[in-house]
Design a protein around this ligand. Structure first.
Ligand SMILES: NC(=O)c1ccc[n+]([C@@H]2O[C@H](COP(=O)([O-])OP(=O)(O)OC[C@H]3O[C@@H](n4cnc5c(N)ncnc54)[C@H](O)[C@@H]3O)[C@@H](O)[C@H]2O)c1
Ligand SMILES: O=C(O)C[C@H](O)C(=O)O
Length: 347
C-alpha cells in the first residue's frame, strides 16, 4: 500500500518535472523570424545565455538572418528551421509566434483575423505533435482572438496546458510605464502600471489608480493618458504610413516577457508580468489580460483584476462585451477547422 502510494507520487513528480524546461538550457523557436518583429527579437534572444539554441522559421529570408546573427559572439546556436514546420518545432522548450500580417493605416486589428488565424492554427496544430510541452508565446494579431483559437486546437489534441500559453500584451505594460513615467517625471524603468482586459483599443485597461509610484492623474489628464496608452499602436501604424506597425518596441516587449518566463522556469521567484491568457478569474470572460505570477512551470498564480476604481470598473464592463465577441471569433474558427480536418481524415 505504502509502496504503491510512493510510486504514484514519484510518477506524478516526474511528470510535473518533465513538463518544465531544463534550467538554463532552453531551445526556442521563432516563427516569422525574418519579419519586422522577428529579426530584432531574434537578435535580443541571441544575447540571452540561458537560450542554447535559437531555431528560426519563416516563409522567406531565413538563411540570411541565420548567417547574420550567427556572427555575434554569444554561445547561443542559431539554426534555420527549414521549410518543415514540424522539424523546426521538434522538442523546443518555447515557441514564439510572430508570423502574420501587420496593420496598415485605417485597419483595425480584427481586420487581420482572416489571414493570421490560419497561420496560428497551422503552427499550433504542428506544436501538438512536435513540441506539446513547450511554452507558446503568441504575438500575432488580433491577440484577443488568437489565444482562444490556439487553446481550442491544443484542447482538441488533449495537449492544452494553459499555464504555458501566453498572449504577449507586454507592449501595453511597456507603453504605460513609459508614458506615465514621463508624466510624473520618473525613470520609466521604475514605474509599474498593471494592465487588464485585452490587446485592442478599449479592451486595453491600464490601472492608473494602482500605478507604482502613484501617478495622481485626474480628470482630463487621466482620460488623455488612458487614450494615449490604448491608441499607441495605431499612432505607430499612422507614423509608419503603410510600412507596418510597431516592431522595435514590440521586439523589446516580447523579449521582456520571454526572459521573465525563462527566469521563472529556472527557479527565480516573485516574477510578475501582465499577459493575455486563459483565465477563470472572471466568470464572464474565458480569456483575460491580468498580472500573473510566473513559476517553474508557467503561470503560478493569476492575480485577476485586483482593486479597481469606479472608472476602471466601467471600462472593464465595456471591454468585456468586445472581448466576448473576439474570443468567440477565435474559438469558432478553430472549431470549424478541426471539424474540416476530421472530415478530411475520414475520406
Ligand atoms: N502583440 C502585440 O502587441 C503586437 C505588436 C506589434 C505587432 N503585432 C503583430 O505581429 C505580427 C507580425 O508583425 P510584423 O511587423 O513582424 O510583420 P512582418 O510582415 O514584418 O513580418 C511577418 C513575418 O511573418 C512571415 N510569415 C507570414 N506567414 C508565415 C507563415 N505561415 N509561416 C512562417 N512565417 C510566416 C512573413 O514572411 C514575415 O517575415 C502582426 O500580426 C502584427 O499585427 C503584435
Ligand atoms: O497596433 C498594431 O497593429 C500592432 C500592435 O498591436 C501594437 O499595439 O502596436
Amino acid at each position: 500500500m505504502f509502496l504503491t502510494s510512493l510510486f504514484r507520487k514519484a510518477t506524478h513528480l516526474k511528470r510535473c518535472y518533465s513538463d518544465c524546461a531544463k534550467p538554463g538550457a532552453h531551445k526556442v523557436a521563432v516563427i516569422g523570424a525574418a519579419g519586422g518583429i522577428g529579426q530584432p527579437l531574434s537578435l535580443l534572444l541571441k544575447l540571452n545565455p540561458s537560450i542554447v539554441e535559437l531555431r528560426l522559421h519563416d516563409l522567406k529570408d531565413v538563411p540570411g538572418v541565420v548567417a547574420d546573427l550567427s556572427h555575434i559572439e554569444t554561445a547561443t546556436k542559431v539554426v534555420a528551421g527549414g521549410s518543415d514546420l514540424g522539424a523546426t518545432l521538434k522538442d523546443v522548450d518555447m515557441i514564439v509566434l510572430a508570423a502574420g500580417l501587420p496593420r496598415k493605416p485605417g485597419m483595425k486589428r480584427e481586420d487581420l483575423f482572416k489571414t493570421n488565424a490560419q497561420i496560428v492554427y497551422d503552427v499550433t496544430k504542428s506544436m501538438t505533435k512536435a513540441a506539446p510541452d513547450a511554452y507558446l508565446i503568441i504575438i500575432t494579431n488580433p491577440l484577443n482572438s488568437m489565444i482562444p483559437l490556439a487553446c481550442e486546437v491544443l484542447k482538441e489534441a488533449n495537449k492544452l496546458n494553459a499555464r504555458k500559453v501566453f498572449g504577449c500584451s507586454t507592449l501595453d505594460s511597456v507603453r504605460a510605464a513609459t508614458f506615465v513615467g514621463e508624466a510624473i517625471c520618473k525613470d520609466p524603468k521604475t514605474v509599474d502600471v498593471p494592465i487588464i482586459g485585452g490587446h485592442s483599443g478599449n479592451t486595453i485597461i491600464p490601472l492608473i489608480s494602482r500605478s507604482n509610484p502613484p501617478a495622481c492623474l485626474e480628470g482630463d489628464d487621466l482620460q488623455k493618458m488612458i487614450k494615449k496608452i490604448q491608441e499607441a499602436g495605431t499612432e505607430v501604424v499612422k507614423a509608419k504610413a503603410g510600412k507596418g506597425s510597431c516592431t522595435l518596441a514590440m521586439a523589446y516587449a516580447a523579449s521582456r516577457l520571454i526572459f521573465s518566463i525563462l527566469r521563472a522556469a529556472d527557479g527565480e521567484k516573485e516574477i510578475v508580468e501582465s499577459a493575455y491568457v486563459k483565465s477563470d478569474v472572471m466568470p464572464e470572460v474565458k480569456y483575460l489580460a491580468s498580472p500573473l505570477l510566473l513559476g517553474k512551470c508557467g503561470i503560478e498564480k493569476n492575480f485577476g483584476l485586483g482593486k479597481v476604481d469606479e472608472c476602471e470598473k466601467k471600462m472593464f464592463c465595456e471591454a468585456m462585451e468586445i472581448l466576448k465577441k473576439d474570443i468567440e471569433m477565435g474559438e469558432k474558427f478553430a472549431k470549424a477547422k478541426i471539424c474540416e480536418s476530421q472530415k478530411n481524415s475520414k475520406k
